[in-house]
Design a protein around this ligand. Structure first.
Ligand SMILES: NC(=O)c1ccc[n+]([C@@H]2O[C@H](COP(=O)([O-])OP(=O)(O)OC[C@H]3O[C@@H](n4cnc5c(N)ncnc54)[C@H](O)[C@@H]3O)[C@@H](O)[C@H]2O)c1
Length: 115
């Protein structure tokens, strides 16, 4: 397997620590960062040598070359940002599991999150 390609969602205090930590991991590479404040993700990316920057985290999640993401956003956004990729994979049909099984899992996940 090649290097794990990481997307950072959030470019604040902990996002900066995540970026620095991944620099120390030879098998990981930060390929994108997302932050909604205009210009902030771009400046963050430029300063740390990250190739792509987005204002909308959903644009980062749409990248095929992202293997994992880290959440560096306020707690109230964790559920939304974590559920979005699951829904995206489901809609894109990339799960190998039976469709009903995936739908059941998503329903349980959404119920657990209070949605
Ligand atoms: N501060 C700490 O010591 C610390 C330690 C461990 C974990 N954490 C956790 O990290 C998370 C972030 O904390 P922080 O201290 O980095 O906060 P911060 O305020 O420094 O950064 C938050 C980031 O989230 C971004 N953001 C806000 N809305 C967004 C959205 N819709 N999409 C994408 N990005 C968005 C902001 O632009 C900012 O870059 C929290 O869950 C916190 O509990 C913080």
């Amino acid at each position: 397997m090649g290097r794990v390609r990481v997307g950072l969602i959030g470019s604040g205090f902990i996002g900066d620590i995540h970026a620095a930590a991944f620099k120390m991991v030879p098998d990981a590479e930060v390929v994108a960062v997302a932050s909604p404040t205009p210009g902030k993700a771009k400046a963050f990316a430029r300063a740390r040598g990250i190739p792509k920057a987005f204002e909308d985290y959903r644009d980062l999640l749409a990248l095929k070359q992202v293997d994992m993401v880290t959440l560096g956003v306020p707690n109230y956004l964790h559920a939304e940002v974590a559920v979005a990729p699951a829904v995206r994979f489901y809609v894109a049909g990339t799960f190998n599991a039976e469709e009903n099984s995936v739908r059941d899992q998503l329903a349980k996940l959404l119920a657990a999150l209070g949605g």
